[in-house]
Design a protein around this ligand. Structure first.
Ligand code: ATP
Length: 309
């Protein structure tokens, strides 16, 4: 069952068409992730859905509710992770949660929220003394105070170290177990791949593809990445690079020092031809691998842009 339906959303800022005709639905209990290059329109899309930015055109429906007629009801239904700056640094996590809870008619207990975001041990420390990961966990806790059905998390792990990031993943998975719906944006592909039920890739204000991570990867199955590293240095790798570009099975290539990466529709034929070439030239290949495709490959294939971390 869908909890959110977005239809033909559009938003321009002067001559910048930030969002150009975006439509999707989000189902109850799913983690729905929006990814895209810088300036793709992710934040603008989220802010329109959250009721913070009015769309120029389009419909946003939470079940039967819309912002024009039912804004109070929607506000009880959704939770938005606040910016760090919205927290009170001189208060404790417990005090921040209690304060936020006082804004709502119904709220989860402070103890429950602290437990959910694993901050019980830090409940009495001042927020300004918390680490980046702890602050982000508190921000998710604050989004949860009204016990919303849908939680919006805009890049909740940006800038965190891998362990702190994983702690946030655990919370997102717990929210899912509680039956909550999460709408997420992230800069980390691994995160999108691990957490999401569905991933929506946006580029230049438009959806370029939307599906489960595995279905998106399967769409690329005719393309595999082959890697070869050369013992004879960069010239050998470049020579092989030049040779590969002329093979009909090879889609594109990249060379990084002595490593040659190529994307091919037929790894067997490509390797057969390449080994013929290296044998003829007497080049020594140190390592060969055929890599599984990942969401990062999907991103590059659909947007033509490198992923940034
Ligand atoms: P990032 O990953 O860098 O956060 P994003 O995908 O969230 O990017 P948006 O922040 O939605 O992208 O921005 C989309 C485009 O709209 C960008 O070109 C941005 O500069 C522009 N934009 C966003 N908000 C405004 C605004 N208030 N005024 C003018 N231009 C804006």
């Amino acid at each position: 069952m869908s909890v959110l339906e977005v239809k033909n959303l559009k938003k321009s800022f002067g001559t910048i068409h930030a969002v150009q005709d975006i439509s999707f639905t989000v189902d109850t209990g799913e983690v729905f992730t929006i990814i895209g290059p810088n300036g793709a329109g992710k934040t603008t899309t989220l802010e329109m859905i959250e009721g913070l930015v009015p769309p120029d055109q389009g419909d946003i429906k939470f079940g039967e509710l819309n912002w024009d007629k039912h804004s109070n009801a929607i506000k009880q239904k959704i939770g938005i992770q606040p910016q760090s700056s919205a927290m009170f640094d001189l208060l404790t996590p417990e005090e921040n949660i209690t304060l936020f809870a006082s804004f709502y008619e119904k709220a989860r207990s402070t103890d429950e929220i602290l437990q959910l975001v694993n901050l019980t041990d830090h409940r009495n420390n001042h927020v300004k003394k918390l680490s980046g990961g702890q602050r982000q966990r508190l921000a998710i806790g604050l989004a949860m105070v009204s016990d919303p059905e849908i939680i919006f998390l805009d890049e909740p792990t940006t800038g965190l170290d891998p362990q702190a990031r994983r702690n946030i993943w655990d919370i997102i998975l717990q929210l899912k177990q509680l039956g909550k719906t999460t709408i997420l944006t992230t800069h980390y592909m691994e995160e999108a791949e691990k957490l999401s039920d569905r991933v929506c890739i946006i580029d230049q204000g438009k959806i370029v593809t939307l599906d489960t991570p595995s279905a998106l990867i399967e769409k690329l199955t005719d393309e595999r990445e082959v890697r070869l590293s050369f013992l004879d240095g960069e010239d050998a790798a470049e020579d092989a690079n030049h040779f590969s570009k002329n093979l009909t099975s090879v889609i594109r290539t990249e060379r990084e020092e002595t490593l040659l990466k190529l994307w091919t529709t037929n790894p067997e034929d490509t390797l057969y031809d390449l080994f013929g070439f290296t044998k003829e030239k007497n080049y020594q290949v140190e390592q060969v691998s055929i890599r599984e495709m990942s969401l990062e490959d999907v991103f590059i294939a659909f947007t033509g842009k490198e992923w940034r971390d």
